[in-house]
Design a binder for this molecule. Sequence first.
Ligand SMILES: Nc1nc2c(ncn2[C@@H]2O[C@H](COP(=O)(O)OP(=O)(O)OP(=O)(O)O)[C@@H](O)[C@H]2O)c(=O)[nH]1
Ligand SMILES: [Mg+2]
Length: 432
Amino acid sequence: MTSRDTIFALGTGAGRAAIAVIRISGPRAGEALKAVAGKRPPPRQASFAVLRDPETGEMLDRGLALFFPGPASSTGEDYSELQLHGGRAVVEGALAALHRLPGLRPAEPGEFARRSFANGKLDLSQAEALADLIDAQTEAQRRQALRVAGGALRRRVEAWRAALVESLAMVEAELDFSDEADVGAFSPARLSALLSPLARDMRAALQLAPASERMRDGFLVMILGRPNVGKSTLINALTRRDLAIVSPIPGTTRDMIEAHLDIGGMPVTLIDTAGLREAADAIERIGVDRTLARVETADLALWLSDSAEAPPDHEIETIRVATKTDLTPAPLGVIGVCALSGEGLETLAAAIEARARARLGDGAASLIVRERHRLALEQAVESIGSILVGGEALELQAEALRRASRALGRIVGAVDVEEILDAVFSRFCIGK
Ligand SMILES: Nc1nc2c(ncn2[C@@H]2O[C@H](COP(=O)(O)OP(=O)(O)OP(=O)(O)O)[C@@H](O)[C@H]2O)c(=O)[nH]1
Ligand SMILES: [Mg+2]
């Protein structure tokens, strides 16, 4: 995979649409436009273009062509875009025409983003955040992805690395010139004055990490209760879909049914479960066991009851919900819902939203958003911590500083990255 190839791909989603955007990046991006659209438009200006098959001259579509000369383009290379009608035959015709041009080949998944990275347009944390932005389903997820894509983590890591470099310079100067009387800049106290606030700042960022990682997956809410209390009815009402089978027969639900919801901008994963009881048969028993296993990883349980029964003891935070309030009124202090009238659903949704917001934040302070980042930062903090404990030889302190710096470098993709890059970019879609 050399960047001398010129690559192309459909950038917009596959299928019917009003518009399709085809992206071309590499040294022949300008020539390719000339070959299929008859001209290379002036830089950064949209021009009307008639797209033709370069071999037969047959018209394929009318659309817009744009040209961005490198390095001031999204990939850092010469970059072209064709905006066409989003029909399957139009797109296939255009891609086939480009494929016939010498020096052009279809892009691999994530290859555009990888070239942006290689050309310094993005660091690794930003490239990953762009993938999150494309996946973002709710406002809070979007806010978090946009913040990291805008370079929030990149800048913080750069500041941390700069402080490490300064510390390392101090330690190395002491190692090299300690016999010269006038150096004198080094003292353990000065080193820890540099490193202590750094470690504190990193630990603060780590504290927010679980919330930000959870933001990408969704706040996990399990609907629990005895058979027949109305759990499946509730998930259907909250999602406004006919997801789960509802019946008056206790033990209807066996498999967990999962739905992804946007509640007030917060991503929430809601799971309907098998009613908890001494199971009537082996299959139901499996359903109940799975429910209990999953509860351990949940953020919140909704304990549903139509008879004012209190929830069993769980480790996790629980909201009590009284169902079927058309038949029995809710006990005092318990949120009541009625699936027939929809009463109480808004109150319940607001309660879930509030817990999700308290747990995940709103994305505006997110920094460490992936396990990959967190593990690297933990390593850096550990290395710095070993110096702050004191008592280590200067050579070992220098090595610990280098280790911390390398760990941080992995977050932004600045060091020993080939494997990380392959793993990160191959998960992107084609055209990204
Ligand atoms: N009157 C009334 N009936 C309800 C209400 N909500 C649910 N039901 C009825 O209660 C019965 C059980 O509902 P489900 O949603 O299947 O209960 P479940 O908790 O999922 O039951 P299992 O899957 O067996 O654990 C069905 O007949 C529903 O129509 C309600 O608010 N009022
Ligand atoms: Mg059910």
